[in-house]
Design a binder for this molecule. Structure first.
Ligand code: GAR
Length: 193
């Protein structure tokens, strides 16, 4: 059974989808802890599913590195096989990546390497592209630059706003994330650094 720690910053809808998938007896992974960098609404999903959670408030630390050290200490408690960044809106410090790589994956609401960073949906709209996408990647030291594990194209529709486009992307992200986690757990997908 693959054990997962999931890190979030926001509403945690992708986390919830993972928790629902992992609740099925046949699912080959389970979430052992959920962490956040702020008092994220999504922590309520962890509570509902009876999963332990922790918050390491970014604002409470003098440097990103100090925040990362505490985050790593919290993660170490759970010894997860895989860390899933599911809407964590912070770059992990290099020391945290080095500690767990290549066992950290990230979901991103764009067809990487297009539109990396914190505003993948907004940047795709601003570029007036006709299609964008969703990706699941291995986390490396860069900004959304690690090896791509899965991705899918999603059309941008006339009249799309950042919110409507993001809401169409998220279900695809969820499907890709759940599929990638299952394939890693079954040994069908190897994480290379
Ligand atoms: C997701 O679309 C995720 O890909 C994105 O934040 C959203 C979180 O939604 N992450 C990034 O943009 C990271 N660069 P959720 O909190 O409802 O799961």
């Amino acid at each position: 059974m693959l054990t997962l720690a999931v890190l979030i910053s926001g509403t945690g809808s992708n986390l919830r989808a993972l928790l629902e998938a992992a609740a099925h007896p046949d699912f080959p992974a389970r979430v052992v802890a959920v962490g956040a960098d702020r008092e994220a609404d999504g922590l309520a999903h962890a509570e509902e599913f009876g999963i332990p959670s922790f918050t390491v408030p970014y604002a409470a630390f003098p440097t990103r590195e100090a925040w990362g050290d505490e985050l790593a200490a919290q993660l170490d408690v759970w010894q997860p096989d895989l860390i899933v960044l599911s809407g964590l809106m912070r770059l992990l410090p290099a020391a945290v990546v080095a500690r767990y790589a290549p066992h950290i994956i990230n979901t991103h609401p764009a067809y990487l390497p297009e539109f990396p960073g914190a505003h993948g949906v907004r940047d795709a709209l601003a570029a007036s592209v006709s299609q964008t996408g969703a990706s699941v990647i291995v986390v490396d030291d860069g900004v959304d630059s690690g090896p791509i594990l899965a991705q899918e194209r999603i059309p941008v529709l006339p009249g799309d706003t950042e919110a409507t486009l993001h809401e169409r992307i998220k279900p695809v992200e969820r499907r890709l994330l759940i599929d990638v986690v299952q394939r890693i757990a079954r040994g069908e997908l190897e994480l290379a650094p």
